[in-house]
Design a protein around this ligand. Structure first.
Ligand code: 44T
Length: 819
């Protein structure tokens, strides 16, 4: 009725007023509730109020986030999205919250959706590119591009189905490819399950696009949760799966198959039953191989190899470990890492012949069940090469059926990585032919574990790693005392040129500042009129010369602050956060004669822009601020230029930001490898199925963690300067849309498919470091061009480089002449 409508409209206008008032008073929670009411009652106001509504939502969400009210936070987003279901800003922002809480899959789904709604929305694009690698891992592209592998799986499945396996379950279906093979081969019923939400949705799309909608039942669940008849009506006669990683068992195939045999598969083949009444698995089994290797690249990522870093003796640091270890006492460690041996910079030396580490029959449930409870087995391997034992490398043959198998071996022409079990023992033990290496092989918590325990030489045994420690049963001595560093942190510590460069640059700066002070005279030095950052020096009678303040805001573990402190007359602030890491720095300080008060820990206060801006203006200024500008993966650190701008405001006269400048370099290359890793290539359907357009939505143009020195590629130009980031003069920055053009001449004919890039990091005018260097802890990155560019030798190519936030994009066009 009219009076109801009137009351309604009064409610709306009063609520709107209240909302605005609350917003003004920064009472975002109440404002949000009022806005919800208004917009639900009067959707016509959506256009008018959307800006303020979003603003309120984001403010309120931040508050809820900091209060830890996670459920409320997501409820607010749900309500907001009911009102604005296609608002890419809200969707993207919800993704950011999800990401921060560790829900990567869901986060990525949101970024993807935001990007679909607005394809060139930069925030969503950057967010999406950051998570796409986790969502749809790059090996999907490799796998779908691997025709031999596809063909072998197809053949094996077809044979099994034609041989009577009529009902099929694809465990970990990914894009749905193996399930579709089974259907195409004529299976009556096909089921598929997939754990990852993104992959599940993708599989549904793919199956529909291939006209198999309703003919393959896809379940979004882990196979271990499946039950008969709840999820599938009856037991199946064939399980197909490729849930294997470089270490074979890392995706849980043992557990999945035990469960499948016990709950989802018909009983195994036996002469009394026709094949259609029996269950079987593709792959039928696997053979695992191992080999001991010497490899400097692996060593420097897992062990401390230097006794001195930038003038500091390292002995006092104690035992440092990478997070990859054969002991299982620590949950934060992984038993292996993965590498393509053939692409390790510097190569590797085999120290033994490949040995057979394990044979496993996936069609024998007793064997699968026995694997984990099985005795640890010991093998004695004749040493055939000379060198330091750095790791055991592991690969396998996957036997699809009696006839065909796939191999992931390092010598094979495959794209697969090998599992690397690094040796953690701090003492190097050179092996030589004639020795025998004693390796223990076990299989606990569904991981295959290998551990080099001893070397036998001339009838004696030399312990490498306590077998007990290996098993994590070393109860008597309690937990071993060591500090864990990430692999990249370890490699950084081992990077002597890096630390020496910093030491020289810091020394130069301090000398210059000292000179400047002595010219100004002690009483006029600006240091005296400002307050110290912390307590006055311990001896009030002798304040000593004013110290130079140095701040190191490197991410993770860094000894640069300590190196600065060791210069004397420096008070250094470290942003190292972990207490264990701080303890290492304190031990190193003590052992290297650095006074305790010369090193303090500063908890990343530069990050908090407001806290910095609110600092009293008369506070002490910094002589040097060290910024960590390039991530290990090869990308510029996020918000680097914003941090530099802030840092510059906090510098004393003559003070410096390290580095002062970074220069981006790149080159033109033709690399099929990079293409195969970034998208499903070619126009041909994959095994006759239309898959590429769907999975290729997850293509990311920037490849990270590249080893450019071993990348299979043809260089089509020299390296060329692409971009300069001047950290000491951020005024010249590079608004969001700044494009930098450069020209480069093709040195050979070919197809430019990618532009790898790296950085020269200039600490000052004289001293610089390259991120493309054998000793470096940095990897390189590359932009894969949207479309390959054909060039002839001598052609000029124009590269347009944009750095938007921290994400880089490069496009290449041919130009007529050099301008
Ligand atoms: N390995 C290639 C591919 N999943 C990794 O969510 C193969 C690498 C490879 N879903 C050496 C050799 C090769 N129930 O999407 C993923 C994952 C899903 C499950 C449901 C389960 N129990 C699982 C377990 C995994 O399956 C998909 C594939 S697993 C990763 C495959 C020659 N290095």
């Amino acid at each position: 009725s009219a009076s109801q409508a009137l009351a309604g409209s009064q409610l709306v206008s009063r609520s709107l007023e209240s909302a605005q008032q609350c917003l003004f008073n920064q009472d975002y929670g109440t404002a949000f509730v009022h806005y919800l009411l208004v917009l639900n009652l009067a959707p016509v106001l959506k256009d008018f109020a959307s800006e303020s509504f979003r603003f309120t939502l984001f403010k309120w969400a931040d508050e809820l986030d900091s209060l830890g009210r996670i459920q409320d936070l997501f409820d607010c987003y749900e309500q907001a999205l009911e009102l604005f279901p296609t608002d890419e800003v809200i969707i993207n922002s919800m993704g950011e919250h999800l990401f921060r809480m560790g829900f990567r899959d869901e986060a990525a789904g949101h970024f993807h959706k935001a990007l679909k709604l607005k394809p060139d929305y930069p925030e969503a694009k950057e967010n999406f590119y950051r998570v796409a690698n986790w969502l749809v891992e790059r090996w999907h592209f490799l796998m779908l591009n691997d025709r031999r592998r596809n063909h072998k799986y197809q053949q094996a499945i077809q044979k099994a189905v034609e041989g009577g396996c009529n009902t099929v379950l694809d465990i970990g279906t990914g894009t749905g490819i193996l399930g579709m093979c089974a259907k195409k081969a004529g299976a009556a019923e096909v089921y598929a399950c997939e754990l990852s939400k993104t992959m599940y949705e993708l599989a549904c799309e793919v199956v529909t696009a291939n006209g198999m909608n309703g003919r393959i039942k896809i379940l979004h669940m882990k196979s271990l949760e499946m039950e008969v008849p709840k999820d599938i009506p009856k037991r199946v006669s064939l399980v197909v799966t490729e849930t294997v990683d470089a270490g074979l068992f890392g995706e849980g195939i043992i557990e999945s198959l035990i469960h499948a045999w016990n709950h989802l598969l018909l009983p195994p083949q036996d002469p009394s039953r026709p094949p259609s009444q029996a269950g079987r698995v593709i792959p039928a089994g696997a053979t695992v191989f191992g080999m001991a290797v010497q490899c400097l690249e692996i060593r420097r990522h897992h062990r401390l190899c230097v006794s001195e870093i930038g003038g500091l003796a390292t002995a006092a640091a104690g035992e440092l470990h990478s997070p990859v270890s054969c002991s299982s006492e620590d949950d934060s460690t992984e038993p292996y890492t993965t590498e393509r041996l053939s692409r390790l910079p510097g190569g590797y030396t085999p120290l033994t012949e490949p040995f057979n580490a394990l044979d496993i029959d996936f069609n024998n449930v007793q064997e699968l069940e026995g694997l984990c409870s099985r005795e640890v087995s010991r093998v004695r391997l004749p040493v055939t090469g000379e060198g330091l034992l750095d790791a055991l490398a592991v690969w396998f043959q996957l036997h699809l059926d009696q006839q065909s198998s796939l191999s992931t071996g390092p010598k094979e022409d495959t794209c697969w990585e090998q599992a690397i079990y690094p040796v953690q023992t701090p003492h190097n033990f050179p092996l030589r032919p004639g020795d025998e290496l004693i390796v223990e092989i076990s299989c606990r918590d569904a991981y295959l574990r290998l551990c080099s325990v001893a070397v036998a030489r001339d009838g004696r045994e030399f312990q490498l790693c306590s077998a007990l420690a290996c098993l994590g049963t070393e109860q008597s001595s309690g937990p071993r005392d060591y500090t864990m560093l990430e692999c990249a942190e370890m490699a950084l510590l081992n990077n002597q040129p890096y630390h020496d460069s910093f030491r020289r640059a810091l020394a130069k700066l301090i000398t210059n500042l000292k000179d400047a002070r002595s010219v100004q005279g002690p009483s006029q030095g600006q240091g005296l009129e400002v307050m110290p950052l912390t307590d006055p020096p311990s001896d009030p009678m002798d304040p000593g010369p004013d110290p130079f303040y140095v701040l190191d805001v490197s991410e993770g573990f860094s000894v640069l602050s300590l190196m600065a402190a060791s210069q004397g007359q420096v008070k250094a602030y470290s942003s190292v956060e972990k207490t264990q890491h701080q303890a290492v720095l304190r031990r190193l300080a003590r052992a290297n004669g650095v006074p305790e008060e010369a090193l303090e820990f500063w908890l990343n206060q530069v990050e908090d822009e407001q806290a910095v801006l609110q600092r009293p203006s008369r506070e002490k200024l910094w002589s040097a601020i060290i910024l960590d500008c390039v991530e290990t993966c090869g990308l510029v650190r996020q918000k680097l230029m914003e941090k530099a701008t802030l840092a510059r405001c906090l510098l004393e006269d003559g003070g410096q930001i390290f580095p002062e400048r970074i220069v981006l370099y790149g080159m033109l290359v033709e690399s099929d490898t990079l293409l195969l890793e970034s998208a499903v290539q070619g126009q041909e359907p994959t095994l006759g199925f239309n898959i590429a357009p769907f999975i290729n939505q997850f293509t990311v143009p920037v490849h990270v963690f590249l080893d450019l020195s071993t990348l299979q590629c043809r260089h089509l130009s020299d390296s060329v300067e692409l971009f300069i980031l001047d950290l000491m003069n951020t005024n010249t920055f590079y608004g969001p849309d700044s494009v930098c053009f450069s020209q480069v001449q093709a040195s050979a004919s070919g197809r430019v498919t990618a532009v790898p890039f790296w950085y020269q990091i200039h600490l000052n005018e004289e001293i610089s470091l390259s991120t493309f260097n054998q000793d470096s802890h940095w990897k390189q990155a590359a932009v894969v061009l949207h479309q390959p560019l054909a060039v002839r030798e001598g052609d000029w190519v124009r590269l347009a480089v944009t750095l938007q936030k921290s994400s880089i994009s490069i496009s290449a066009t041919k130009t007529d002449r050099h301008i």
